[in-house]
Each structure stands twice: as C-alpha cells, then as structure tokens.
Design a protein around this ligand. Structure first.
Ligand code: DGL
Length: 356
C-alpha cells in the first residue's frame, strides 16, 4: 500500500518536473547555431598556443557541449554548414550560407541564428548576409581570437553572448550583428582591427551598437542604412556572383594587377586608393579604358575611415565611376557584386552605395 502511494507521488512529481521543464523550454528562444569553422573551432598544440594553431577542427556539437550554460538561456540546435578557415571563404560558401539562413529564419520555430566563423573574413560574411537576409530576426556572427584549447580561450564566452543576443527581442530588426569581446557591432561598419588580440573587432568612428553584460544585451544605437528585411537583393535564384576584384593603391603602383583582372573578365573593380581614393597618373588611363569596356569602377579608400567623396579626388560624373561612401574595399566589393546581379546602371549602383 505504502509502495503504491509512494510510486504515485513519485510519478506525480516526475510529471510536474517534466511539465515545468517543458514550460521553461517554451519560454526560452529557439536559436540555431550554424558552424563554419575558424579559430573558435580551432585547436593548438598546447594551452599556451595562441598563434600557429589549426583552425576549423572542432565540430558544432562539441562547441555547444563546451558551453552547457547555453541551455539556461536558449533552446539551441547545431548545424555544421561547412568547416573552413575563413581566409578560404568563397562567394559559393556565402550563397550556400545565405540561402540556409533564409530557409531557417522562415521557420516559425527559429527565433534567431548564431553563425560561428573565422575572424579573418567575418566582417565580409556579416555584410553579405546583412544585404541578403530576408528577415528581421537576429543573425549574429561570432568567432574567437584564441583557439578552443588556449588558456582563457574567448570562444566559449563569445558563443554564450552571441546566443544571448540572437535570442533577444532587442536585437530584432537591428540587421546582421557581430558579437565578440562583450561588444555588439553592426555588420556594415565593423572591421577586424588587430591580427591577434581579443579586442580586435572595432567600429572605428561610427561606433559599436552596444554591449553584452551580466547575461543581457544592451543596445545604444542602430544603423541608419537599409539591411536584411528591407533589402532589394535576392539570392534565391543566384548560383554565381559576378566577378569583382580589388586593386590596392600605393606609391609607385602599376596597372599589372588591374589589367590582369580586366583581361580575366572582372565585371567590377574596386580601386582601394590612397587617401580619399586618389588615382595615380599612370593608373587613371587604365581605369578609364576598363570603364569603356563596360567594367564598373568603384573608388574606395585604403585609409579605413571617413567618406569617400563623389567627385572629390576624381570627377566621377565625367569618368562614370562610383564612390564607395564609407565602405571599406572588401565590403564595397560585396555590395558591387550584389548590385551587378540587378543592374549595370551606374546611377542606380551609386544609389545603392548611398542606401546600404
Ligand atoms: N584562419 C583564421 C580564420 O579562420 C583564424 C582567425 C580566427 O578565426 O580568429 O579566420
């Protein structure tokens, strides 16, 4: 009799606990973690190896398993989209990732997405997604500057913070975000500013969007440019992006690289000029010739901050060139590639550079 009563009470208690757990899980946001590789998934020979390690060796389930605290703040699921060091990222990887993100965000049971990624090209992937994601739901890119095996590895806390942001209502409609080192940055303006330190990701002059502190994101500003759900770009039926290359400006530069890119069929050239996008006397004629062949020319700057002024260091109206505004050369390349999926009209493309 006593045993039957105890087993009924135990069964009742177990049921209540299961219901409570289910209710708790229902309250937590559903966050997908898409893994692509990088240092956050890297391993080194010893705990003091912070350079000279191997990136992209740890799988997504192991990354999640290393942070059991994730289960306290979100219902997370992991998916290994690919496993590469991000210096090897390609347009094809971006198209695969962008289409997967859009498919997942269209699901009602996905509230946000975290993408673990190498830091070398993270700013580029983030901006590409900022221009092609068709949702207001949070998409947060995260990486690490130290491999998972290092003393004070930054990956686990960065991943925890990124999931917090991806599951936060405050992050809805903010565009694609980059979250490392307790900071939240906008995809359009963030850049990797140091080769190896944990505070590498910065948004020079324009500033970060907010912080993560005490298990909560705090936003203080938002981007003024169009992104994500408001984008005019659509990659659903795009399998190849137009070839756009970057020529770097420097004293005594020549036109060998530029001529080779044009001869190889580049549809666009980003001229990463010195200063305010100045054109060297020996290079300008080659750019004009390329434009005459139909190649779209964007004047950007190697400087890293400030507005690249239209008709400043060159008469863009006369040359039919485009000014990159504040986009760095690698991001100007991304916007031009997507612009070329819609038009070759330079006035329209310039509008896009002042819109996104
Ligand atoms: N190979 C670099 C990359 O995958 C390592 C840098 C990092 O992820 O922090 O981007």
């Amino acid at each position: 009799m006593l045993r039957q009563t105890l087993s009924r009470h135990f069964l009742l208690l177990a049921t209540c606990l299961c219901l409570a757990a289910a209710a708790q899980a229902q309250k937590l946001p559903n966050v997908m973690i898409l893994a692509t590789g990088g240092t956050i998934a890297g391993t080194g020979a010893s705990s003091t190896t912070t350079v000279g390690y191997t990136a992209a060796t740890v799988g997504v389930q192991q990354l999640i398993g290393a942070v059991p605290e994730l289960a306290e703040v979100a219902n997370v699921k992991g998916e290994q989209v690919f496993q590469i060091a991000s210096e090897s990222m390609t347009n094809e990887h971006w198209l695969t990732l962008g289409k997967r993100v859009n498919a997942l965000l269209a699901q009602n049971d996905v509230d946000g997405i975290v993408i673990t990624h190498g830091t070398d090209t993270m700013e580029e992937t983030a901006y590409f997604l900022d221009l092609v994601v068709k949702s207001r739901k949070p998409v947060v890119l995260v990486g690490a500057m130290r491999p998972s095996t290092a003393l004070s590895a930054d990956g686990p806390i960065n991943l925890f913070n990124a999931v917090l942001v991806a599951g936060s209502r405050d992050a809805v409609g903010k565009g694609v975000l980059v979250a490392l080192n307790d900071q939240i940055h906008a995809a359009r303006d963030v850049t990797k500013s140091n080769t190896s330190t944990p505070d590498s990701f910065r948004t020079p002059e324009l500033g970060l969007l907010g912080y993560i502190q005490g298990g909560k994101p705090f936003f203080y500003r938002a981007s003024t440019r169009r992104h994500t759900a408001d984008t005019e770009f659509d990659i659903a039926n795009v399998n190849t992006l137009p070839q756009v290359d970057i020529v770097y400006g420097y004293a005594s530069m020549n036109t060998v690289a530029l001529d080779a890119f044009v001869a190889a069929g580049a549809k666009g050239i980003i001229h990463a000029g010195v200063g305010d996008g100045s054109l060297a006397a020996r290079v300008k004629p080659a750019l004009i010739a390329a434009r005459k062949k139909g190649t779209i020319i964007v004047r950007a700057s190697r400087v890293g901050q400030g507005i690249l002024a239209r008709n400043g260091e060159a008469n863009d109206d006369e040359l039919d060139f485009i000014a990159a505004d504040t986009l760095n050369p690698q991001k100007a390349r991304i916007l031009l590639m997507l612009a070329l999926t819609r038009t070759t009209n330079t006035a329209e493309i310039q509008r896009m550079f002042y819109t996104y």
